[in-house]
Ligand binder design. Structure first.
Ligand code: C2E
Ligand code: MG
Ligand code: MG
Length: 595
């Protein structure tokens, strides 16, 4: 194809007039062809194009140009002045057009312009002016391109599900608020973590969980003022940057409003669900002068709010840092405790209330710390769960306890406590099977104690593991019954062999007939469901006397036997307790001290 840079080759000039005329005709034809080609190319190009001469009169423009600007043919005609065309052109130059320099690729006479049309479209114009004053301009409708770019920018900075700013934007917003804070504008950072979100997600599915998060985001948006920013920083974690107001009163009332608003029921596909939130608050500049410190401290405060019982707010306090440091130290020590074999098991007997015989023994973990002495599970189990260290610890407990139980009479059951974390990692079944195989203890002599919190964490996983364990012959006990949700549906859907009634019911039983009525009711219920019952935590003869006639099968507590080393257990098992009728304190058999 010929083009302007490579003009059509013209025939050489001829000597006689006739052939000169023919030549001219041929030249004309060639030029016309070339012009047609150029026009065709001009009409087909995706850009709008127009050219003005040195006197600012239109020389040529393509249809795309007229279409982009919605200009009628009578305006865009050769000879029309630049001003006439501009007067008919809709829209105005954008702010970007005034601030942005010409594109780097443009020659010296190239200018970049951007126009916003009245209908909202954006048009980019690149004008190249020549030395004689004439110019050529290329026009492009960049509306879709810009919208796509804006969408990409939005997605990079926002959470897809809720449309809230993401963690990156939160950081920028904290930084901006901190600039204001340095000029004296109060600011607070609120970190939120939803309570009971996971059960909703697990029960109703992820689509419902997503819908819930969207509703939460909307309620949060409605709680804050325009100057504040709400961001989603993780699964069920949100943050609010609060600017201005009076602190701490402002953040306290915002946090209370948020807690109150998120406590209200949510409707999800016909179900009514209840969640809630805990809020941790850090105030600048006192609790941090940079985004990292402020966020870390608000998180520490949140951690405290959650452990204070959820649905509460907590402000950062410097001691929280010390506690975290102490916890970190404990975590390191716990790690090395596993390698250095600093764990031991204490065993607490469980007595049959009729025969006085030991019918079971519960294994209780002890940490023999080289400096602190014996550390009780209440001081390290939750840390072990959070760090995952409970997995190797739990494995060790199972195997060691099964090994020790081999030396007890065959009718004595071994009870081992297992944590929800072991279930969620799918560790319980393989660890139990390994322990039984390695020691040779019959499965029917092993009982696993779980608490109700295990069941609400991940119902299908836990349920499947419990059924598999029972199929192998292992018994399942529900520990601390009465302290969790104590839902009857748990009793219906989970395969329990044994209910252990929490010691909180026993403590005041001698003076409280209502507590006795509860224990009696649970005993009847359990018997009807073919489950055994044990009353935990009996410490005094009065308590034993009060609970013994209530229909439970067994009793466990300091009165009859404290947790003791394996070696001390043989003597206790060999000598049944003789219940002393009618007032019933047993023939005490020197309660052993903890091992
Ligand atoms: P738990 O399973 O309910 O165990 C009974 C706890 O009550 C034991 O505390 C025991 O020493 C204590 N206790 C027994 N009788 C009495 C009594 O008459 N009065 C009082 N006040 N307390 C009594 P311990 O050994 O400190 O264990 C606390 C909890 O730690 C256990 O509660 C159990 O949930 C957990 N735990 C213990 N060992 C393990 C383990 O190997 N793995 C896991 N995952 N958790 C364990
Ligand atoms: Mg237990
Ligand atoms: Mg218990």
């Amino acid at each position: 194809m010929q083009c302007a840079d490579h003009p059509a080759e013209l025939p050489p000039a001829a000597a006689d007039p006739a052939s000169a005329a023919e030549q001219l005709q041929a030249q004309n034809l060639a030029l016309r062809n070339e012009l047609d080609l150029l026009r065709d190319a001009l009409e087909r190009m995706p850009h709008g194009m127009c050219a003005f001469d040195g006197q600012d009169r239109l020389v040529i423009a393509n249809a795309r140009y007229r279409k982009i600007w919605c200009l009628p043919d009578e305006v865009v005609r050769p000879g029309a002045t630049f001003r006439q065309i501009m007067d008919a052109t809709p829209g105005r130059e954008t702010a970007a057009s005034r601030s942005r320099p010409p594109p780097a690729s443009g020659s010296e006479g190239t200018r970049w312009r951007e126009w916003q049309l009245d209908d909202g479209r954006l048009v980019e114009v690149v004008v190249s002016r020549r030395a004689d004053g004439s110019c050529v301009a290329l026009h492009e409708d960049v509306t879709e391109q810009r919208q796509a770019q804006e969408r990409i920018n939005f997605l990079a900075r926002h959470d897809l599900l809720t449309g809230l700013p993401n963690r990156g934007v939160l950081r920028e917003e904290i930084e901006r608020a901190l600039v204001g804070n340095r000029r004296g504008e109060p600011m607070a950072l609120l970190c939120l973590d939803l309570d009971r979100f996971k059960p909703v997600n697990d029960t109703y599915g992820h689509a419902a969980g997503d819908a819930l998060l969207k509703q939460v985001a909307q309620r949060l948006r409605e709680c804050v003022r325009e100057a504040d920013v709400v961001a989603r920083v993780g699964g069920d974690e949100f943050a609010v940057v609060q600017r201005g107001g009076v602190q701490p009163a402002g953040s306290s009332s915002l946090a209370q409003r948020i807690i109150e608003v998120l406590c209200r029921p949510f409707e999800l596909e016909g179900h009514v669900v209840h969640i809630g939130t805990s809020v941790g608050i850090a105030l600048a500049p006192h609790d941090g002068e940079d985004p990292e410190t402020l966020q870390r401290n608000a998180d520490l405060a949140l951690y405290r709010a959650k452990s204070d019982g959820r649905g509460t707010l907590s402000y950062f306090e410097p001691e929280m840092n010390d506690r975290i440091e102490a916890r970190r130290g404990l975590e390191n020590e716990l790690r090395s405790a596993i390698n250095e074999r600093q764990f031991a098991l204490a065993y607490q007997p469980r007595f049959d209330l009729r025969s006085g015989q030991v019918v079971g023994v519960e294994a209780l973990l002890r940490w023999q710390h080289p400096k602190r002495g014996v550390v009780q599970p209440g001081d390290f189990i939750s840390l072990a769960e959070e760090t995952g260290l409970i997995l190797p610890m739990g494995r060790w407990v199972l195997e060691q306890a099964c090994r020790d139980a081999l030396s007890w009479p065959g009718h004595v059951t071994l009870s081992v406590n297992v944590s929800v974390v072991q279930f969620l990692h799918g560790a319980v079944l393989p660890d139990v099977m390994h322990a039984l195989a390695a020691t040779g203890l019959p499965a029917r002599r092993l009982e696993l104690e779980i608490t109700e919190s295990t069941m609400i964490k991940d119902t299908p996983t836990v349920l499947a593991a419990l059924h598999a364990l029972r199929d192998k012959g292992v018994r399942i006990a529900l520990d601390d019954f009465g302290t969790g949700f104590s839902s009857l549906s748990h009793l219906r859907s989970y395969p329990f062999d044994h209910l252990k009634i929490d010691r909180s019911f026993v403590r005041d039983a001698p003076e409280r007939p209502d507590l006795c009525a509860i224990i009696r009711g649970v005993a009847v219920l359990a018997e009807g469901m073919n489950m055994q019952t044990t009353i935990e935590g009996v410490e005094t003869a009065e308590q034993l006397r009060a609970v013994r006639p209530l229909g439970c099968g067994a009793v466990q507590g300091f009165l009859l036997g404290r947790p003791m080393p394996a070696a001390a257990l043989a003597g206790v098992i060999a000598k049944p307790t003789e219940w002393c009728e009618p007032c019933l304190p047993p023939q005490q058999q020197n309660p052993q001290r903890a091992g």
